[in-house]
Design a protein around this ligand. Structure first.
Ligand SMILES: Nc1ncnc2c1ncn2[C@@H]1O[C@H](COP(=O)(O)OP(=O)(O)O)[C@@H](O)[C@H]1O
Ligand SMILES: O=C(O)C1=C[C@@H](OP(=O)(O)O)[C@@H](O)[C@H](O)C1
Length: 291
């Protein structure tokens, strides 16, 4: 029994660490998971391609949780390959969890679709990955905002306190520019108290997102959370006049801008002078998929 699936990373519209409500949008950077199941095996062994010492708890918990709920006690293996840098604010954990969950469901012969008549709906599959992320301790709120954007594609607004999907919408921009500095910031280590201090600005950004003004929501969010978490605001200031929206993504350190491709190309020249990597990519309408 084998299953393969891919899920995209995402960028932040609103960080949920201040209020529990958040919003995110899928980016065209993918993680792929391959799962093999055997009714005679016990336990699940994980591996991350290119990271022999990487922490595999999250993907193992995803497979175990799917087997507990939909399987018959199988054991097996799960391996991921990823284009999404880890702990850079681009939702590598959500992409890995969704890919692992969908690959396991596929190995069990179950159809996952954004359709109430499917064996498993995408939203329910996404909630399994969020529970696994809580088990693995890689998240503060469960990050249902990031996980739902990765699973469903487009942009989502959620209440992570209830794992409630408030909005699921088409992408609000076609092109995205991503700057990823060399350092890493694990979400589980984020200063939540500092984030809570900017709750009034997070509320404003959430209201803008609920009104469909996702790009301005991003910019308000980015200024507030960069200040709260001690990241520089100059990358956003350098981009603001030319792009539709720009924000620190998640708990950083990546910064993501959306807008017109020519304008983003001009911003890229400035961001290229900084340490780290810039990527000109696109947003994604399609979320997780079976391969
Ligand atoms: N490709 C992967 N395979 C397995 N686990 C992964 C993978 N990518 C990320 N993770 C898990 O997610 C954690 C990083 O999560 P987090 O700090 O929230 O960063 P991000 O913002 O990129 O999601 C890693 O420590 C690891 O446990
Ligand atoms: O762990 C969490 O609950 C969250 C982590 C943050 O994302 P990153 O994982 O990208 O830092 C944030 O944007 C999200 O709304 C909630």
């Amino acid at each position: 029994m084998e299953g393969r699936a891919a899920a995209p990373g995402a960028g932040t519209v609103v960080n949920a660490l201040a209020t529990g409500r958040g919003a995110a949008f899928a980016l065209d950077l993918e993680t792929t998971a391959t799962v093999t199941l055997d009714p005679d095996e016990e336990g699940v062994a994980g591996a991350i391609d290119g990271a022999p010492d990487g922490d595999t708890t999250l993907i193992e918990r995803c497979v175990e949780r799917v087997i507990d709920r939909y399987g018959a006690g199988e054991g097996g293996t799960v391996e991921t390959e990823s284009e999404v840098p880890t702990a850079a604010g681009l939702k590598s954990s959500s992409a890995a969890a969704n890919a692992a969950v969908v690959a396991t469901l596929s190995a069990l012969g179950l159809e996952v679709a954004n359709d109430p008549d499917a064996d498993v709906t995408k939203t329910e599959a996404c909630r399994v990955g969020v529970r696994a992320a809580r088990d693995a301790g890689v998240t503060v709120t469960g990050a249902f905002d990031d996980a739902s954007a990765s699973m469903l594609g487009g942009v989502t607004v959620t209440d992570n306190r209830e794992d409630d999907l408030l909005v699921s919408d088409d992408p609000f921009a076609e092109h995205a520019l991503v700057w990823t500095p060399p350092e890493r910031a694990y979400s589980a280590d984020a200063d939540v108290t500092a984030c809570e201090r900017v709750a009034p600005m997070a509320e404003l950004a959430t209201q803008l997102a609920l009104d469909g003004d996702y790009a301005r929501a991003m910019t308000v969010n980015g200024l507030a959370f960069s200040a709260a978490l001690g990241f520089p605001t100059d990358p956003a200031v350098e981009a603001m006049a030319e792009c539709d929206g720009v924000s620190l993504s998640g708990t950083g350190p990546s910064v993501v801008a959306v807008g017109n491709r020519d304008d983003l190309t001009a911003v890229r020249e400035r961001w290229d002078e900084r340490d780290g990597e810039t990527r000109l990519t696109t947003t994604r309408e399609r979320g997780a998929r079976v391969l």
